[in-house]
Design a protein around this ligand. Structure first.
Ligand SMILES: NC(=O)c1ccc[n+]([C@@H]2O[C@H](COP(=O)([O-])OP(=O)(O)OC[C@H]3O[C@@H](n4cnc5c(N)ncnc54)[C@H](OP(=O)(O)O)[C@@H]3O)[C@@H](O)[C@H]2O)c1
Length: 199
């Protein structure tokens, strides 16, 4: 934040807990006061719920917690920010999904290799997020809002104990591209660096 401000960008941070109605409402109020509108919303917050996550032994509470952040959190934030997005000439929403939520890849050959270990909370939460994204796309058809899902690839972050092989900069590239799409760009897609991710 400090470095952005040093180069003249009017950057500001907004405290946010995506699982908390009050926090999300306050964040939207802060953006409204400081900027008056929102051009791009990247729903990046996500948790795995830890492991192991075998379907036969998982604690249902883990699934509720993961869905609360990865799915309901996105809905809560998107709905709070939507009035501000609709004030933008070129509004964009990017939902940070994961290719581990791709049903096609999980069901296809080499499923484990391309989609990681069995994770009954995390992987389906991203499938759910993808499905929710398409409902927004359908509702907002006819507006200027472009909404897409992004997969960052396997990035070395807290999420995976820094076992990922990509840098955060590489992981952010697709989200940045989708957040800055030109008017008329794709909407309702699921993308990674290499192109389209199958649903
Ligand atoms: N890393 C990968 O290989 C990978 C692969 C595919 C998809 N993704 C997705 O990419 C996104 C970013 O993950 P990451 O790898 O950067 O993981 P990360 O380093 O663990 O970052 C996750 C971020 O989400 C925030 N967060 C968690 N719960 C929140 C809440 N209730 N309210 C607000 N913020 C919350 C965390 O904030 P705090 O630090 O304050 O807790 C943290 O900044 C996630 O949606 C993840 O599922 C990651």
């Amino acid at each position: 934040m400090g470095r952005l401000r040093e180069v003249g960008i009017d950057a500001f941070a907004v405290p946010l807990d995506v699982t908390d109605d009050r926090s999300v409402a306050t964040a939207a109020e802060l953006v409204a006061e400081r900027a008056g509108r929102l051009d791009a919303l990247v729903n990046n917050a996500g948790i795995t719920g830890g492991g192991p996550q075998q379907p036969s032994t998982v604690d249902p509470a883990v699934i509720r917690t993961v869905v609360e952040t990865n799915v309901i959190g996105v809905i809560r934030v998107t709905n709070a920010m939507l009035p501000l997005l609709l004030r933008s000439a070129s509004p964009r929403i990017v939902n940070m999904s994961s290719s581990v939520g791709s049903l096609t890849r999980q069901a296809g050959p080499g499923g484990d290799l391309v989609t990681g270990p069995v994770a009954v909370a995390y992987s389906p939460s991203k499938t759910f997020l993808n499905a929710v994204t398409l409902q927004y796309v359908r509702e907002l058809a006819g507006t200027d809002v472009l909404i897409n899902c992004a997969c960052p690839g396997y990035v070395a972050t807290d999420l995976n104990g820094f076992r990922g092989v990509r840098t955060p900069e590489q992981g952010a590239a697709t989200a940045i591209r989708l957040a800055t799409l030109p008017d008329g760009g794709p909407t309702g897609g699921f993308f990674e660096d290499a192109g389209v991710v199958p649903w």
